[in-house]
Ligand binder design. Structure first.
Ligand code: SF4
Length: 88
């Protein structure tokens, strides 16, 4: 089941822990670097680490070209690196 499908169900809110957090946590002014995320980014990544749909969330963020913010347990610089490795 994809993140979008889950977000349309009641159970989706239980498996996506970001729903219980301040959305601003996931959009740090400074995301840090690929290997050294900022402290705020690390806090958001820790929330994602508890998420049951992080893989689907990451693929959606890559497909939609999300350049900033923490999605699918990655920061913007980390997703840019993934896209470069995939040749996209
Ligand atoms: S991976 Fe992170 S941003 Fe994506 S749905 Fe899960 S908790 Fe939210």
């Amino acid at each position: 089941m994809s993140a979008e499908q889950l977000s349309r169900t009641d159970t989706g809110y239980e498996v996506m822990p970001c729903r219980d957090e301040d959305p601003e946590l996931f959009f740090p002014l400074n995301e840090g670097t690929i290997n050294a995320p900022s402290l705020q980014a690390l806090a958001a990544l820790a929330v994602c680490a508890r998420c049951l749909v992080q893989d689907a969330c990451l693929e959606r963020a890559l497909d939609y070209g999300e350049k900033i913010g923490v999605w699918g347990r990655t920061t913007g610089p980390q997703r840019e690196h993934i896209l470069q490795r995939r040749g996209r």
